[in-house]
Design a protein around this ligand. Sequence first.
Ligand SMILES: Nc1ncnc2c1ncn2[C@@H]1O[C@H](COP(=O)(O)OP(=O)(O)O)[C@@H](O)[C@H]1O
Ligand SMILES: [Mg+2]
Length: 376
Amino acid sequence: MGWFLCSGKSNKKSKKKQNKKPIDPISSTSEKSKLNSSVDVKKEASKDGGSDRIAAQTFAFRDLAAATKNFRADCLLGEGGFGRVYKGRLESNNQVVAIKQLDRNGLQGNREFLVEVLMLSLLHHPNLVNLIGYCADGDQRLLVYEYMPLGSLEDHLHDLPPDKKRLDWNTRMKIAAGAAKGLEYLHDKANPPVIYRDLKCSNILLGEDYHPKLSDFGLAKLGPVGDKTHVSTRVMGTYGYCAPEYAMTGQLTLKSDVYSFGVVLLEIITGRKAIDNSKTAGEHNLVAWARPLFKERKKFPQMADPMLQGQYPVRGLYQALAVAAMCVQEQPNMRPLIADVVTALSYLASQKYDPESQPVQAFRMGSSTPRTRREQ
Ligand SMILES: Nc1ncnc2c1ncn2[C@@H]1O[C@H](COP(=O)(O)OP(=O)(O)O)[C@@H](O)[C@H]1O
Ligand SMILES: [Mg+2]
């Protein structure tokens, strides 16, 4: 297959990368799926001498059942478009892991599963969730990931229980910069480039100290089939993140990921959801709400998440919003390269804001009239 050579040392960023053809595993695997034979991941990789790069372990189903106390409900971390995710502890080494049990009717076939495992095994970066191993026992298909103790970005931005700590400005910028670095690796360092295609807040997972990692960057491309309601639910679920040209023509480019990143960045800054039907008409879609505001700099402070309570740097807010505005431009070629986004956000993340010594801005809660808070 010979897709990846991304051992970190190789492929020092070159601007020539743009003529590498991005990989879209659905099309790249659809032909192979016609072959119905079972496939061994390591055997496949070794065809191009790649077996030494496969780090993922294989697990027996009983090991993963034991790790999750038989997939007990109290081990359930969440449920997404591909199946349920459980917290578990591997008996062999006591490691805490997250185990995703894929819905059996959502999988196109054994071969795609293995191609995804292969792909995930070969992509390694500090801002990508690590695949520890997999299980393909009988008709069971499971993926074993490193456990991310702080959950997803979505859990920290939206529908928070009253006692949960709100993300401060510095943490938000750290998460945005780290997520952009993970995407930069997929776009610029993996060879050929990988289009993420399902970038959204629930796929940005948080480790100790809010270190962000992208998850589902391989699996996202599988897309559930054979269950129509399921597919449409999924399309609805990611609708607000989808670049307009991708939604209309199905044409996928690296710039569609940049658009989705822009939506995530807007959520991080505004605290609003990509799609929120509980808001008034005109405010359902975050990008549609933001576009007219982008044109008037004096309205930028209105866009800051009220949960920040005015505790953000004005210049930083303007710059972060400017980056988001560029990413969500309608014309794909007007959007920046993710490498440029990384440069901008790394700078913003390095400029630490301290509400004790720097001004606190006026802010307003909900749609009520503005309240002003001054330095405490
Ligand atoms: N590696 C992990 N560590 C901790 N929690 C995870 C991990 N992977 C997934 N989760 C949790 O499980 C939930 C469901 O994940 P997933 O099946 O990928 O669906 P989605 O991304 O659509 O939410 C996530 O929202 C997250 O809270
Ligand atoms: Mg996910």
